[in-house]
Structure formats: structure tokens, C-alpha cells
Unconditional design. Structure first.
Length: 301
């Protein structure tokens, strides 16, 4: 067995047992500050002129327009802005400053922005970690975002797993989630159902529809598994600088931010490259000829 470079054997075992792993202090303070500063600059660059006022919703709202419009579906090779539902008035205007109205920016920060590219594709510690985990043989990187979880209105993200939204056959999604600010129960920290990646199968997937928009495709019939209980979820402490590894099948969620503080986080995903893994045209996020998915272990300038 090759010698581990960053993770310990105990950490690798814990990830495979629980479906997630926290690595406090993975990001140096200088990187945390640089990413927060750059995120704020990108927010400042946000122009409302011509923006379709696309809101980010997660299934808790009856307004799911964002998942079906071109602004969302064609954002895989761009940096675009998605608004908090409660930041937009019925007439489509904002009810607060724009920097406090954006839910997230995405989904090609790792390709287009030097600050996020350096942390994602030019990060030797991250590559060592990926090799240690042995979750993939030849991973590609996709769907990078900064999630702001705005004060008082940062939306609840209900229980889900990531492979539903980035589906491969066989499933291979792995999330990298970096806390840029301290995450607490008050501002919407992540919660996990330990071991659920081993017991709850991926029963459906989020897909592009041929007629336009998006929908859900059933993969398995409903199984008689008991529904997860809230008391079985774990909400681990997650200070700024922590990297959270998230198995694509583990159930996780976050509550609404009811605090007066933001909860900035940077996240991206990896999947196994083809072959043998298949990432098909049904997935909402599609590579383009100009920007194919980037292999993590390639040389990046």
C-alpha cells in the first residue's frame, strides 16, 4: 500500500465509515482571507442591469424557476449570481443591498478566477489528500461555488445527497466544502446523517428535460426504509479554514441562517473521469468544447 501523504489511516477509515470528514485548519488563514476578499469583490462587480433576477431555491420554496431557466443551466462555464428568495420583492426588485441579496455565485470559479483556481487546481495538499482518499483514480473538477448564506434570510437546504444532482454511473460524486467563516447552529452549519451513504440508495436524479427545463428521474422504486430522524443527524463544529469532505451518497442538510452574520463557504465537486464512469447528457451541468471538465492531477498553470 502506498504511503499516505496527508491523511491518516484513521481519517480515511472515518470518511468511509461516516460518509464525511472534517479537516480543521486545512486552509491557511491567508487563503481564507484571500477568498473572502475576492468573493466580496465579485459581489461588488454584480450588475443588476440585464440580470434575470434568478433565485436559488432548494425544494422548500414553491418558486423553482432557477432550475429551469437558461441562466442557471448555462452557468457551468461561467461565474453567475443567484439570489436569495427572500431578498426579492414581488415586483422583482431587491429589498436589501445586492451584496446581502446573493445566495451564491457559480459555477466555474475554479476555472475562471485565479484566487479560486489556485486553491482548487494548483493546490498540492489537496491533490495529496485526493490520492490518500483513493475515492477516484483520475478525478475531474466541476461545479464550484461560493455560498453566502446571508444574514436572517440565508435559505434552508433540505436533506439531500450530492449524487442526485451530479449523477454518474456508477456514482462517484465527492464534495469539497471549505468554511470561510465560522459555521454555527445559528448561521446554518452543515448537519450529516453518519453512515447514510451505506444505507440510503440514490433513488432519483435531477435531470435536464429534452423539452427544456429540469425534472426528476426515478432510478429505483421506493424502498421501505425508515425515514431519517432529525435526532440522528450530527452537526460538527466547523470553524473557518475547515475542509469538509462529503461522500456523494451521504445525507446532509443545513438550516436557515437566523443570525445577523453571513456564513461564507467555498465548494466544488469531483467525479471520476470516463471511462469507465459515465456522466451523461441528462445532467444539468454540462461540459463545453471551450471548457471541458478539468482533471485534478494534470498540470495547471
Amino acid at each position: 500500500m502506498a504511503q499516505l501523504q496527508y491523511l491518516s489511516t484513521e481519517q480515511v477509515d472515518k470518511f468511509h465509515r461516516d460518509g464525511y470528514l472534517l479537516l480543521p485548519g486545512f486552509l491557511p488563514q491567508a487563503d481564507v482571507e484571500a477568498m473572502i476578499s475576492r468573493s466580496r469583490e465579485i459581489l461588488d462587480e454584480f450588475s443588476l442591469e440585464g440580470h434575470p433576477m434568478t433565485k436559488f431555491t432548494t425544494g422548500e420554496s414553491t418558486d423553482n424557476k432557477h432550475v429551469g431557466d437558461d441562466y442557471f443551466l448555462n452557468s457551468g462555464d461561467k461565474i453567475r449570481y443567484f439570489l436569495e428568495v427572500d431578498a426579492v420583492n414581488p415586483d422583482g426588485t431587491l429589498n436589501r443591498p445586492k451584496e446581502l441579496a446573493v445566495n451564491k455565485i457559480g459555477h466555474a470559479l475554479h476555472e475562471l478566477d485565479p484566487t479560486f483556481r489556485r486553491v482548487t487546481l494548483q493546490n498540492e495538499r489537496l491533490k495529496s489528500l485526493a490520492r490518500d482518499l483513493k475515492f477516484h483514480k483520475d478525478p475531474v473538477v466541476l461545479q464550484s461555488m461560493v455560498i453566502f448564506k446571508q444574514p436572517q434570510i440565508g435559505g434552508k437546504v433540505p436533506e439531500h445527497n450530492d449524487s442526485t444532482f451530479l449523477y454518474t454511473d456508477p456514482p462517484s460524486a465527492l464534495g469539497f466544502w471549505f468554511a470561510l467563516e465560522d459555521c454555527t447552529p445559528e448561521n446554518g452549519a452543515l448537519s450529516f446523517l453518519p453512515g447514510s451513504h451505506l444505507t440510503y440508495p440514490i433513488k432519483s436524479r435531477f435531470v435536464r428535460l429534452k423539452e427544456g427545463g429540469t425534472g426528476v428521474e426515478q432510478l429505483l422504486p421506493d424502498t421501505p426504509l425508515p425515514p431519517p430522524r432529525d435526532e440522528d443527524y450530527v452537526q460538527p463544529p466547523c470553524p473557518a479554514g475547515t475542509l469538509v469532505l462529503i461522500h456523494g451518497s451521504v445525507l446532509h442538510k443545513s438550516e436557515r441562517n437566523c443570525s445577523p452574520k453571513t456564513r461564507y463557504a467555498y465548494t466544488f465537486h469531483m467525479i471520476e473521469s470516463a471511462p469507465p464512469t459515465v456522466y451523461d447528457e441528462k445532467n444539468w451541468l454540462q461540459p463545453t468544447e471551450e471548457m471541458p471538465f478539468t482533471k485534478l492531477f494534470a498540470e495547471h498553470s
